[in-house]
Design a binder for this molecule. Structure first.
Ligand SMILES: NC(=O)C1=CN([C@@H]2O[C@H](COP(=O)(O)OP(=O)(O)OC[C@H]3O[C@@H](n4cnc5c(N)ncnc54)[C@H](OP(=O)(O)O)[C@@H]3O)[C@@H](O)[C@H]2O)C=CC1
Ligand SMILES: CC(=O)C(=O)O
Ligand SMILES: [Mg+2]
Length: 647
C-alpha cells in the first residue's frame, strides 16, 4: 500500500507514485523522486525501503555530463535518490534514518504531475514509452523553445498583471524547468510579474488567489517542533533560505502570513538571475500573527488570526528557527532575512551574523545596489563620492543601510574616519530631519546620523537647507518627491541624482515621468519598481531599476561557491564594485546607471566571483582549493533550466 503524506499528498491527489517497496517498481523504469513514506516509517517503525533499485534507475537517467559542481547536484539530488552526491551523502540511507521521506519512482500520470520532472508535450517518443506516458499526452512532441513561445503568447493575453502572476505561479507548480526557461529568456518582461510591483498585489490578495502551498509556514503553533517541520520539506540539501515574518512587505505594511509571496519571488530570482538550483532553496514564512485588522477580518486570510507576538515569545520562536536551520542544514546555508519590520530586522541581523551565514537584503543588499548606482552615476555627474551630499527620505532599514555603506566606501576612499564621512549624509524620517537635538529619542540605527543642524520638519525645507546632490527615497510612502522637491533639486544641481526606491510602484516617491518633467530632463533617475521609458521634449528617457534584485542572486552565489561561513561588509562593497563595473558607455549614453536585466546572469557571475574572492581573502571561505577563475567557475555552477533526457 502506498501512503501519501505531506507534500506528496498535497501535490498528488491522484498520484501514481510508487514507493520502492511497491511491486510495480521492478518493471517500471520511472524517474526517481523523493516522496513521503508512511507515518509508521516516520516514527521509526519497520521500513522496507531499499536503495538498490534506485541505483539501477539512477544510472539510467543520470546526466550525460556527470557534472560535479556544487550547484549541479540537481541532477542527482532530485532525480537520483541513492546516489552519492558531492557531499558524499547517500541520500537514500540518510532519508531512511532521519526524515520521513522515501525514494520513489514517478512514472506515467504521476510524472506529469511532478513539477521537478514534468516536461509536458516535450517528452520524446522514447520517454513516453519508457515512462508509461503513452496515451496520457496528445501525439504532438514539441521543443522546450516552442513551449516557451506558447507560454509567452498566453501570458501576453492577460491584461491584468495579477493574472499574469497567477499564470506564472501555476507554471512553476506544474513544470519548474519551463517556468525558469520562460523567466530567464524574458527576464525584463517578466520581472515585474513575478517580482515588484505585482508580487505586492499578490501578497495582499494571497489568501484569495491561494491554490497550492509554496514554501514552509512556521507559525507559533509549531513552537518546539520547528526541526520536525523542517524535515517535512522534501529537499535536504538546502543552500539558501529566504525568510520573512511578513511585517513590512515592500511598502505595503504588515501582510502577516501572506508575505509568503516575497520569499517565493526572491527565490525564483535566485534561480533565474543567480543560477542557484531551485531544489536548493527554501522559502519560509514565520507566522506570529498580524496587526493588520483588515486581514484579521478577511475570511480568506491564510494565517494565524491573532495580534503579533512580540518580545520573548517572538525571540524564542526565531531562535528556535535559527538553531533548527543550522542543525538540519549545517552552517553553510545562507539565511536571507527579508521584509521584517525594522524594530526586529536590525536586532536579528546583529544577533545572528556572529553565528550564522545571514544577510538582510533590505539593509545590506539594498545598500550594495544603491552604492553601485551612485558610483556609476558619478561618471555622469562628476566628482568623487566624498564630494557629494546625500539626503534620504526614510531612515529605516533601506535608508540607514545605504547611508552606512556609502559612508564606509567614502571612508575607504578618503581615509577619513567613518564619523567624518557620515557627516556628508543626512536623513529625514516621519518626524523631520534627523538632528542632534533629537538624539536621545532616536532608535539606535538612526543615532549615527544625528548631525548638528536646526530642526526641520519637512522634506522640502530639508532639501533647500542641505542642498543635496543625491536625493534618495526609502520611506515606503508614495508621491513624497513633489514637484517642489524635484524643482528644488534641479535648481542647484545641473544633474540631480534622484532615486525613488520605495516599492511597489504605488509607493514610489515619484514616477519617472515626474522626475524628468519636473527637472526639465536633467535628472539622473532610477526607481525600485520599473517605469516605462518617458518622452520629454522629443527625447526618450529610460530609467534604471535600483533594486536589490541586482545584488542578492549573485551575492548568494558567491557565498555558496566559496563555502563562505559569514557575511562581511567588504563583500557588500565588492558586490557593489562588480555591479558598477557592468554599466557600459552605451548605458550611460541613455542616462542609465544600472545595466539592463537582460544580462543579469553574466552580471551575477561577476558579482559572485568578487564576493567569493573576498571570502577567500578574508579567510571566510571553506571550499578549497580556491578555483583559479572564479567567474568561469560561478558560470559553470549555474542551474540550467534546459530539459534533461530521461532515457
Ligand atoms: N529598491 C529596493 O531595492 C528596496 C526598496 N525598499 C523599499 O523602501 C521602503 C522602506 O523600506 P524600509 O527601509 O525597510 O522600511 P522602514 O520601515 O525600515 O523605514 C521607513 C522609513 O521611512 C520613514 N517614513 C515613513 N513615512 C514617512 C513620511 N511620510 N515622511 C518621511 N519619512 C517617513 C520612517 O520614519 P520613522 O522611522 O519615523 O517611522 C522610516 O524611517 C519600502 O517601500 C521598501 O519597499 C526596501 C528595500 C529595498
Ligand atoms: C526590493 C525589496 O526588497 C523591498 O522593497 O523590500
Ligand atoms: Mg525586501
Amino acid at each position: 500500500m502506498i501512503s501519501l503524506n505531506g507534500s506528496s499528498f498535497l501535490s498528488n491527489s491522484l498520484s501514481g507514485i510508487s514507493t520502492l517497496s511497491h511491486s510495480r517498481r521492478k518493471a517500471s523504469p520511472g524517474v526517481v523522486m523523493v516522496a513521503q513514506g508512511s507515518s509508521n516509517n516516520r516514527r521509526g517503525g519497520e521500513r522496507k525501503v531499499g536503495a538498490v533499485l534506485e541505483n539501477t534507475l539512477v544510472n539510467e537517467i543520470k546526466d550525460k555530463d556527470g557534472s560535479s559542481s556544487i550547484l549541479e547536484m540537481d541532477s542527482k539530488s532530485t532525480v537520483g535518490g541513492g546516489v552519492q552526491d558531492v557531499y558524499g551523502e547517500d541520500r537514500a540511507t540518510e532519508d531512511q534514518l532521519v526524515t520521513p521521506w522515501t525514494t520513489s519512482v514517478a512514472s506515467g500520470y504521476s510524472l506529469l504531475r511532478d513539477p521537478h520532472h514534468n516536461k509536458g508535450l516535450a517528452f520524446s517518443e522514447k520517454e513516453r514509452d519508457a515512462h508509461y506516458l503513452r496515451g496520457l499526452l496528445p501525439p504532438t512532441v514539441v521543443t522546450q523553445d516552442l513551449q516557451v513561445k506558447k507560454m509567452m503568447h498566453n501570458i501576453r493575453q492577460y491584461q491584468v498583471p495579477l493574472q499574469r502572476y497567477m499564470a506564472m505561479m501555476d507554471l512553476q507548480n506544474m513544470n519548474e524547468r519551463l517556468f525558469y526557461k520562460v523567466l530567464i529568456n524574458n527576464v525584463e518582461e517578466l520581472l515585474p510579474v513575478v517580482y515588484t510591483p505585482t508580487v505586492g498585489e499578490a501578497c495582499q490578495k494571497y489568501g484569495s488567489i491561494f491554490r497550492r502551498p509554496q514554501g514552509l509556514y512556521i507559525s507559533l503553533r509549531e513552537k518546539g517542533k520547528i526541526l520536525e517541520v523542517l524535515k517535512n520539506w522534501p529537499e535536504k540539501n538546502i543552500q539558501v533560505i529566504v525568510v520573512t515574518d511578513g511585517e513590512r512587505i515592500l511598502g505595503l505594511g504588515d501582510l502577516g502570513c501572506q508575505g509568503m509571496g516575497i520569499p517565493v519571488g526572491k527565490l525564483a530570482l535566485y534561480a533565474a538571475l543567480g543560477g542557484i538550483r531551485p531544489s536548493a532553496s527554501l522559502p519560509v514564512t514565520i507566522d506570529v500573527g498580524t496587526n493588520n485588522e483588515k486581514l484579521l477580518k478577511d475570511e480568506f486570510y491564510i494565517g494565524l488570526r491573532q495580534k503579533r507576538a512580540t518580545g520573548q515569545e517572538y525571540a524564542e520562536l526565531l531562535d528556535e528557527f535559527m538553531s533548527a536551520v543550522k542543525q538540519n542544514y549545517g552552517e553553510k546555508v545562507l539565511i536571507q532575512f527579508e521584509d521584517f519590520a525594522n524594530h526586529n530586522a536590525f536586532e536579528l541581523l546583529a544577533k545572528y551574523r556572529k553565528t550564522h551565514l545571514v544577510f538582510n537584503d533590505d539593509i545590506q543588499g539594498t545598500a550594495s545596489v544603491v552604492l553601485a548606482g551612485i558610483v556609476a552615476a558619478l561618471k555622469l555627474v562628476g566628482g568623487t563620492l566624498a564630494e557629494h551630499t546625500f539626503l534620504f527620505l526614510g531612515a529605516g532599514e533601506a535608508g540607514t543601510g545605504i547611508a552606512e555603506l556609502i559612508a564606509l566606501e567614502m571612508s575607504k576612499q578618503t581615509k577619513a574616519p567613518l564619523e567624518e564621512t557620515r557627516k556628508k549624509i543626512w536623513l529625514v524620517d516621519s518626524k523631520g530631519l534627523i538632528v542632534s537635538s533629537r538624539k536621545e529619542s532616536l532608535q539606535h540605527f538612526k543615532q549615527p546620523w544625528a548631525h548638528d543642524h536646526e530642526p526641520i520638519k519637512n522634506l522640502l525645507d530639508a532639501v533647500k537647507s542641505i542642498k543635496p546632490t543625491v536625493l534618495i527615497g526609502s520611506s515606503g510612502v508614495g508621491k513624497t518627491f513633489t514637484k517642489e522637491v524635484v524643482e528644488a533639486m534641479a535648481s542647484f544641481n545641473e544633474k540631480p541624482v534622484i532615486l525613488a526606491l520605495s516599492n511597489p510602484t504605488s509607493q514610489s516617491e515619484c514616477t519617472a515621468e515626474e522626475a524628468y518633467n519636473w527637472s526639465k530632463g536633467r535628472a539622473i533617475f532610477a526607481s525600485g519598481s520599473p517605469f516605462d521609458p518617458v518622452e520629454y521634449k522629443d527625447k526618450v528617457f529610460v530609467s534604471g531599476q535600483a533594486n536589490n534584485a541586482y545584488i542578492f542572486p549573485g551575492f548568494g552565489l558567491g557565498l555558496i561557491i566559496s563555502g563562505a561561513i559569514r557575511v562581511h561588509d567588504d563583500m557588500l562593497l565588492a558586490a557593489s564594485e562588480a555591479l558598477a563595473a557592468e554599466v557600459t558607455q552605451e548605458n550611460f549614453d541613455k542616462g542609465l546607471i544600472f545595466p539592463p536585466f537582460s544580462n543579469i546572469r553574466k552580471i551575477s557571475a561577476q558579482i559572485a566571483a568578487r564576493v567569493a574572492a573576498k571570502a577567500y581573502e578574508l579567510g571566510l571561505a571553506t571550499r578549497l582549493p580556491q578555483p583559479e577563475n572564479l567567474v568561469q567557475y560561478a558560470e559553470s555552477c549555474m542551474y540550467s533550466p534546459d530539459y534533461r533526457s530521461y532515457r
